[in-house]
Design a protein around this ligand. Sequence first.
Ligand code: ZN
Length: 374
Amino acid sequence: MAYTVPKLKNYSSVTLDKTAEKLVALLNQESVAVKTEPDWKTFRDRWMARKEGILTQVNDQWLKAAPKEAKRDVGQRVNQLKGRVEQVVSATLERIKSGAAEAELAAERLDISLPGKRRPIGAEHPVIQTMHEIVSVFRNLGYSVQEGPIIETDYYNFEALNFPPNHPARDTQDTLFVANQESKPRRQQLLLRTHTSPVQIRTMEKMKPPIRMVIPGKVHRNDPPDASHSPMFHQIEGLAVDSNITFGDLKGSLDHAMKALFGSKVKTSFRPSFFPFTEPSAEMLVSCFICGGSGKRDLEPCRSCKQTGWIEILGCGMVDPNVFEFVKHNGYDPKKVTGFAFGMGVDRVAILKYGVDDIQLFFQGDIRFLEQFV
Ligand SMILES: [Zn+2]
């Protein structure tokens, strides 16, 4: 950009010095920015070109325009300035030729081959780690993985799973309801799902039999937190439906899964139980994998199984035909299909596996605790 030298307001030595100082400052500033020879040529011409160069302008505007009595003073300043410009312009060329400018340029260049700053990757939470282990056992048995919403309707969480309104089993699952839902019909009211079972219905609505699937996820219940309870915890639920599934399939599949999870030596045992969505229902126990089923560990009573040698690990049963009635339209005719379902608490398995004595530790986010499981 062409530079226009300012006209002098007067020819006092103060004004002359100030204006000359400004020009020298500009000269130095521009000199530093010169890095290559073509840059330098432009720089030189800008200051020293005969036509329109800054020095020529200074000569015309200052010296030629000066009144007679100021000419001597002005001439001296202009000569000083000229000397200075010549000196800086030649020093700049020297700097470029010596390679100093190139080094400066290299220092300023962004080296995109340098590695970036790495963020620590983090590690899987012990509960999630346990969840993945359980899921992979069932994946290997050919089960697919399904997920569903954590905020559910009363219909999917209770009604379609054979809990009619006022069914006493609803009391065993202290439910956290979403506020201000009273104006809606009961089945549309929203709540935090109390189990992963609603995803069974949701999946059967979408997929025709046969199906084999596991559903991992978070669930909520209105339990005050203590060493073995948390208002939020994790479940894995499983469902297999086909034309000829029996209780023998249930026992065989779960026995195999427990051996894959806890070691080939564990034994399984079933005892009758009750769930609204299965009939018959059972609780499954595994022989204690901490003490090997002896009830003692290093001559001390085993705390994991409370000296019984057995650990309750999951609830299961044959799908109640009433549940199939809700998805009959999608090929689940209770006269033609049967199935089994099971559900287990992931946090509880993690507690047993890692010997943790307080479920709260999993959710307090204390890095010193969590780092032990990396
Ligand atoms: Zn034990």
